[in-house]
Write a protein that binds this ligand. Sequence first.
Ligand SMILES: Nc1ncnc2c1ncn2[C@@H]1O[C@H](COP(=O)(O)OP(=O)(O)OP(=O)(O)O)[C@@H](O)[C@H]1O
Length: 274
Amino acid sequence: MTTTDSGVVTDVKATSDIPVYSTGAGAGVILDHLQLGFDGKIAANVTLDIEPGEVVVFLGPSGCGKSTILRALAGLLAPMGGAATVNGQAITGNDAHCAMVFQEDALFPWRTALKNVQFPLALRGVRGRESKRVATEYLEQVGLGGYLDHLPSHLSGGMRQRVQLARTLACEPKVMLMDEPFGALDAQTRLDMQQLLISVWEQTKMTILFVTHDVDEALLLADRVVLLTHRPATVADVITIDRPRDPQAPFDDAYQHRRQSILEFLGHSPVGAH
Ligand SMILES: Nc1ncnc2c1ncn2[C@@H]1O[C@H](COP(=O)(O)OP(=O)(O)OP(=O)(O)O)[C@@H](O)[C@H]1O
């Protein structure tokens, strides 16, 4: 661990051995001509069938509507048309199945790491000693067992994202919505967080919908990469990526070819129909 003069902890050892986490399988998500927009203008019109436990990564030009899709699934935005269902049920806004991780950490600054993670537990009726035990376990899962009493301001950006991940896991979601969660992190911390997310996914098999601008991140994490058109976002292409991942894959011609064609798509994306 490294601590600066101001008391901010700047690094932490990555966890390699994550304890079993028992959420169970993720939920299936169906987007059926889901139309989203603002002020009467359509920002997205998406049809997609996502399997339980699948990791789907959305890539598309800036402003095309990626975050809007996740916000709708979190129940923060009502559809203008079409439908979105999670485990066959329409999204109501009070849907406990979906939980969101933002790029900017949304922690309560006045609460310690432990108390941040205890917050969703209290909403689920878990209190007292049990709440402390469970929250500690989630923080241990993300490698922060030694930082329970730290305030967010005394943790690095990567560590705050770990707390946010632990707090999201404490919601026991069946679908985790991740909006460029690692976009603000330095390169090494980002790699650590990607590996942590892969470990969490292997343990939980929850469904993950992930937005990024980083093609390599998409190719590392996704079962399927969904390429979206310019606003309004529509599905332009879906690329399936096999598991298990070969660590040598980024050095393959096939990987490089795929990566290049995605980059070209992002640079020359067609304008979607209005
Ligand atoms: N609250 C809002 N009111 C009006 N327009 C909005 C609102 N939120 C987003 N938009 C518009 O909707 C479109 C899609 O925005 P969104 O944030 O979903 O794009 P994005 O693909 O996630 O962008 P980026 O890659 O830059 O993060 C943009 O044109 C944006 O300006």
